[in-house]
Design a protein around this ligand. Structure first.
Ligand SMILES: [Zn+2]
Length: 228
């Protein structure tokens, strides 16, 4: 059926999300040129991501796949995932990231994947949880099951922009609660989010999961080091 796809490409050309060049048959979302130059976070800086949680919440390991830098064209990938109703981009990016991380043993010992939940209000507005799509990509490659009905988010965050670091932490305190702790009890959970900034929200979610006697590791697609 390749000719049908080629014909569709001819009539409705698909474009690279990052550079807007026309994609060829086998390319998906991102052209090969942009794919090989993705701003992937190296191992040394991956350690810096774990440090964000030190003294806040005891996690096993944490990493992000890409840098989210101000003005970078690669940020468009995250915008498509989060705001432009193309959540499948998250699944695609997660499958790419998972290949690399699996070889390094990042998923060893992990029993289940939990996408960071959205509040009901936010979910209604967006129509999907982008973290579910990221989780799907990881699960496809690793075979680790996804659990979505164990924890809920009671309210959305207020804007964090003008708050101090301490205020940001307090602002999200207690916004998650366990609904079916027995589903995750004593498991090693991989908690998923799209972009890691201050870490306040994801740390609070991790704290709540740990209440079910769990170990928690963290994966996000991107890391925004611009946050202070
Ligand atoms: Zn491109």
């Amino acid at each position: 059926m390749k000719w049908i796809n080629d014909l569709i490409d001819l009539i409705f050309p698909r474009h690279c999300i990052v550079c807007d060049e026309v994609l060829s048959g086998s390319e998906k979302d991102i052209c090969l040129k942009c794919l090989v130059t993705l701003p992937v976070i190296d191992d040394i800086h991956s350690k810096e991501i774990e440090k964000i949680f030190w003294g806040i919440v005891p996690i096993e390991r944490a990493t992000s796949y890409l840098y989210y830098r101000k003005g970078s064209p690669y940020n468009k990938l995250l915008h498509q995932l989060k705001y432009k109703e193309r959540p499948e981009v998250g699944t695609h990016l997660a499958t790419i990231a998972t290949g690399d991380l699996k070889e390094k043993g990042f998923f060893d010992g992990i029993d289940a994947i939990v996408p960071l939940p959205l509040s009901k209000k936010k979910l209604r507005k967006r129509g999907y949880n982008q973290c579910d799509y990221i989780a799907k990509g990881i699960s496809q490659i690793t075979g680790i099951p996804i659990i979505t009905d164990c924890i809920v988010r009671n309210k959305a965050n207020e804007t964090q922009t003008h708050k101090t670091r301490e205020e940001r932490w307090l602002n999200v305190e207690g916004i998650f609660s366990l609904t079916k702790p027995e589903k995750i009890e004593s498991k090693h959970i991989l908690l998923i989010d799209d972009v890691l900034t201050t870490g306040a929200t994801i740390a609070n979610c991790a704290k709540t999961i740990i209440e079910a006697n769990c170990k928690v590791s963290i994966f996000t697609i991107a890391y925004s080091s611009n946050a202070t």
